[in-house]
Design a protein around this ligand. Structure first.
Ligand SMILES: Cc1cc2nc3c(=O)[nH]c(=O)nc-3n(C[C@H](O)[C@H](O)[C@H](O)COP(=O)(O)O)c2cc1C
Length: 364
């Protein structure tokens, strides 16, 4: 199946199904000499693991990663890095009810029509478990970028109508909904309990910030930084909106409000404000990159819904498998990972953007 490869230099191929034997990723183009252990990757996978709290699916998976290749004596060798996570808690019978009809809001109908066949055990490649490979690759990208001081931070900005009002970075990691505002998180947890009793699900917004990105990352025309980030985010199941900086609000602003004036700060060019979200002309402008993604409510809900069988009869469906009542908090680390993969690939391609840079490399 085409469509599982991303990137030009730092290139990832994810593989595996929700209820297959294993899932994983092959990362090609990772520079040699980066210290890399299974623990480095595990920290990221543990952030996306199911069953961590009351608001994730209760599927019990340890999601233990194994490095199969590309690392020797604790360092990357510059050859393909192959990573695998074996599935442990597949219960395909949970999905027998959906084998013969299409789940509203999921990918069943389109998969069936496109391929004439689908893996109905948890959605196969359209399952949220496919993101395991992305997060494992993202952990490597983050490690490489950290060497250059580039840092990523994502968090849940809102769930349903409940939005953060304050920002405390230190609480994000321990908050069950990955929110930086404990009060907003409490309200969101009450809301989730309520909608769960009503056999329903909730959507949310994730915000991501990238710091210390040098000016000029992103290629003009088709490979702009914002265009690539948008593609990376929309490649995630359940993402229905993407915006950079002031995003959709720019449509009601004036030029004088939206433009970020240039100033000199300690003798260096800087911007007075950051309405641009750190990207101008498709390239990083040296400011913090800020973007948001809108995540739809989990499509699999236990409330009865109308649908049609694969043989064309109308019926109702109640989905009782193991599903997240809200996707956004689990997708936070996935968003961070996809951002890191995208930035690293463009950062590597930026190294040959001018003859001066090429000379600098080969003069050594
Ligand atoms: C991290 C993550 C976890 C997800 N968990 C679930 C889930 O438990 N149940 C479900 O129905 N969909 C889940 N999804 C969403 C589906 O994968 C997605 O809605 C489906 O593939 C249809 O694609 P679309 O929403 O982009 O149209 C999850 C997505 C992500 C990124």
């Amino acid at each position: 199946m085409a469509g599982s490869v991303l990137g030009e230099i730092f290139k990832i191929s994810t593989w595996g199904e929700s209820h297959g034997k294993a899932l994983g990723v092959v990362v090609d183009g990772c520079p040699a000499g980066i210290e890399l252990s299974e623990e480095d990757i595990q920290v990221y996978l543990d952030r996306r693991k199911p069953g961590r709290n009351a608001f994730t699916t209760n599927r019990k998976e340890s999601d233990q990663v194994e490095i199969l290749s590309g690392v020797f004596e604790g360092k990357t060798t510059g050859t393909p890095i192959s990573l695998v996570v074996f599935n442990k808690d597949q219960r395909s019978k949970d999905y027998s009810q959906i084998a013969n009809c299409y789940r509203p809001g999921h990918a069943d109908y389109t998969f069936d029509k496109k391929y004439g066949f689908r893996d109905y055990r948890g959605g196969g490649r359209s399952s949220g478990r496919e993101t395991i490979g992305r997060v494992a690759a993202g952990a490597i990208a983050c490690k490489v970028l950290k060497e250059l001081g580039i840092e990523f931070m994502a968090y849940t900005k809102s769930i349903g109508e409940i939005e953060i009002k304050t920002f405390d970075k230190s609480v994000i990691a321990r908050d069950p909904l990955s929110m930086p505002d404990t009060e907003a998180s409490k309200k969101a947890q009450e809301y989730l309990e309520k909608i769960r009793k009503e056999q329903d699900s909730a959507g949310g917004v994730i915000e991501c910030r990238i710091n210390h990105l040098p000016v000029g990352i992103g290629n003009t025309v088709f490979d702009k930084l914002d265009a690539n980030l948008a593609k990376a985010m929309f490649s995630l199941g359940s993402v229905k909106g993407f915006e950079i900086g002031d995003g959709f609000n720019v449509s009601s602003m004036r030029g004088s409000e939206n433009n970020d004036n240039f100033i000199l700060k300690d003798g260096k060019i800087a911007k007075e404000t950051n309405h641009s979200g750190g990207i101008l002309g498709g390239m990083s402008d040296g400011d913090e990159v800020v973007f948001r993604v809108a995540i739809k409510p989990t499509p699999s809900i236990s409330r009865p819904q109308k649908t049609v069988t694969i043989s064309g009869e109308e019926t109702t469906i109640e989905i009782h498998g193991r599903h997240d009542p809200v996707i956004a908090p689990r997708a936070v680390v996935v968003v961070e990972s996809m951002a890191a993969i995208t930035v690293l690939d463009l950062l590597l391609s930026n190294m040959c953007s001018s003859i001066d840079k090429i000379k600098k490399v080969y003069s050594e």
